[in-house]
Design a protein around this ligand. Sequence first.
Ligand code: HXC
Length: 244
Amino acid sequence: MGLITLNRPKAMNALNDDLSQEVIGVLKAFDGDASIGAIVLTGSEKAFAAGADIREMHEKSFVDMFNENYFSAWDVISTIRKPIIAAVNGFALGGGCELAMLCDFIIAGSNAKFGQPEIKLGILPGIGGSQRLTRLVGRSLAMDLILTGRLIDAQEAKACGLVARVVPPEELLSVALDAADKIASYSYPAVLLAKEAVNRAEEVSLSEGVRHERRLFQAAFATSGQKEGMAAFLEKREAVFSGR
Ligand code: HXC
């Protein structure tokens, strides 16, 4: 299990270029490390991340943004094959909320606040927020949050499907690490296949998605994990998965 903690306390973990490159580099390294089965991405108790760094962005022109393809580097997260859990305490705003949504699921501390307040800065979400938030919570609430810039608390985020679980802030990291440990204890190929199947739901029609799932399900029968998992159930013992 791999843990990444965003740590720019003086700027509420605002995402600047250096931090972005560092986090992306570690995520790629974790993805290629056979000893890691799942990843947790977290921030501090005050802030997961308060967005892209406004100080870094404020003087940039369209051509600067276009030529740099600003923040497109985060797109690589959707190519990471291992599950990534976002453990969010405090503010997850703008790019911070988008980063949490790029992860596979979000566990929130009850003090968490989510929002896409870019409209207040004269801009709009730029790391997929308008697309992922809409898919996660529906058009009406996405429009509300993106057009008014209002923040929602952890309970509302749970009620609308943005986050999977809400826990006391002081328990957040241990709950997220336990979830990652549990995932990492399962058959590695089964975990990758399951993540791929769920992600497909956002890209294709229902019948194509079900067809794809069926093939992945059948492929699981080529793994030692399926043999071990089913044998262990029948023998009334804990399964021990080898990662093959
Ligand atoms: C740069 C930031 C920052 C940010 C906070 N800080 N957010 N610096 N970029 N996104 C800095 C503040 O300037 C301040 O620095 C310090 O962190 C503490 O913040 P305060 O505002 O004093 O704290 P507080 O009053 O508790 O308010 C917390 C907050 C507020 C509600 C999170 O800071 C806030 O609204 N931040 C901006 C949120 C936002 O608009 N995010 C969207 C950014 S645009 P000093 O030096 O004064 O102590 C975006 C686009 C993504 O994310 C797409 C890109 C492609």
